[in-house]
Design a protein. Sequence first.
Lengths: 209, 497
Amino acid sequence: MRRLPVYLLVDTSGSMRGEPIEAVNNGIKSLIATLRQDPQALESVYMSIITFDAQVKAVCELTPLESFNPPSITTPDSGPTHLGEAIRIVAETVKSDVRKSSDTQKGDWAPMLFVLSDGKASDLQAFKEAIPLIRAAGFASIVGLAAGPKANPTDLKAFCDHVATMETMDSQSFSKFFQWVSEAINSGNQRADTKSPSSALPDEINFEF
Amino acid sequence: MQNLVTDRGVSISVEDEPFASGTMKDVYRIEGGRDVLAVFREPLNAQGTDRLKALVDTYRTRIVDGAGGNELSALYRWPSDTATFNGKSAVVVPMFEHKYLFAHGSVDNDKLSIRGKEKQGKWFTSAYHRNTYLHPNEHGKWTDALSICRRLSQAVRRLHAGGLAHSDLSYRNVLVDPGSGTACLIDIDGLVVPGKFAPDVTGTPDFIAPEVVRTRDLDIDDPERIHPSMETDRHALAVLIYLYLTGRHPLRGRKIHNAHDADVDESLAMGEAALWIEHPDDPSNRTDSEDARPAELPWVDERQLPCSALCGPLLDALFKRAFVDGLHTPHNRPTAEEWERALVLTRDLLIPCLNEECFMGHYVFLNGEHTHCPLCNNQYEYSIPVLNFYTKRTGGSFRPEGHSMAIVNQKEMYVWQADRFSFDNERLEDEKKAVLARIERQGDNWVLINVSGDQMVDATTSQAVAPGDHFTLADGAKLLLSKVDGCRLAYVQIANS
């Protein structure tokens, strides 16, 4: 059975503290619950969550959806946004996680990456160096969400195929984003259906309330 | 709530927020609860609008309101009306019947939270899902899958007879209820009329016909590109039936077509290099049972449960045509009508599995081969009278029909089974649904009791067998069931004695 690996890369820098990170935690919970109700996703989706602030942490390694237990993500009081280091580590992780096809074994589907950030990269040099690595990591698609007024979509656009922006960081906005992530995963799961309207991701979504 | 008037002039009140969303439509409740409003997210082109109009008008009148409409209307969630909602095109469709929503859902107090959700077909086409997640009360029996497939074939046969292709048959567009053995086609607003309404989508992976997969990267207007049609529906239907009856996909075996790129490998495996896992002459795409999870065995291992042993001779012959002769030669594929016929006739071969715990419920008796359950190996302990049917051709000549009936105690035969021209579908007249005869075990003997057949004759002695008369089913006994056109004569064998 081919697996569909899905990575969530979540910004946990100090500015995410409070309502935003709670909204993300809730969003992930409902994302998992929604995906589990889809028999196709249940069969193939494997999920991993990686957080980044001054440190990059794999809070959940690649786990089948059925046994995935979403962690409660916490944030430090303050701290930089090491986006460059984060995407370098994601590129490395993918290399070791994703099963390659061989002449005797069916490999995994190309993985998907969702990146959620409310700031801009503070490790500029590392970020510059990591962009080609993540672009070459073999993702079927990389989707970024620039959340809140301080987010810098330009950083995300440097390595994402699609970037959505979100004006406010309340739970309603995040919940809409995660609902959309679940649709994107399900259409990725149906990838051979290239002509289905659902598989085309919008170039940009704007939420305004 | 928003009030609006449909194109047929009906006033309805629609909720402001959708309660469900599909790939192309959002679905809103309509006050009263009987119907819902499915609203297209994208504007429809002129063809799309015409198609909807034809569906709620011409085709609805012809199929759902036509002959046998009562039986047929339960097989489709057919749009009844069109409307405009917030400037977007919409159709009024019936709400799901309650039986198509999970009453129990998943195991461990419904850990997946699917109670109350639709019973999408996919849950029931994978042995792993059934055995790992679904609450035991949702499983049904294998024989329910047989009824579900019969209803699907009937639904597709009627569409095709009416000149319509479905174009996106898949377990996503089918709701099933194992408890009642019923199925319902949903999302039928993409129906294709050859030369008039072209298909919108190529279909759903797992079900797209090889010729469509092979040519799908060509430009949409390229004459070489092959679009969904009745022939591709026939492939999708065969895949669906195989999935429901065997719990495995017919083309997903161990063969690797491209070791470097999963998407290319997938396109080859479902397209130009597609190969049946049970191909009689080419074993290179058998399944890998070492790779299988315990919860899906033995279903995914076609060597343990070959479809010939599981589904019986009539269906096995059709699977061979669908996945060997017809896989890459679309005109060789069995039609929906052939599937329907084989599925209905296969019921005549069922004997009960005496192990009440067994998922099979009943299984297909393979005359001359074995009399144990293919799944749990439980041995059937009674003798089995087999009525081999012969039909009248010219003069007094009766030719074998290649069809027979396995008899269990208290089995009833119906009037329609006395001739080969009658068939149990929506057009069957009520009088032919009456009981023709009942068969009982009396001590060591098997006896057929004529209930309503006034033309029954013992073909050995030429004695009439009148209603109320008993006829002993002994090895070699011959009974003429009726004298109408295409009438059947049963030649009796006693098996498993």
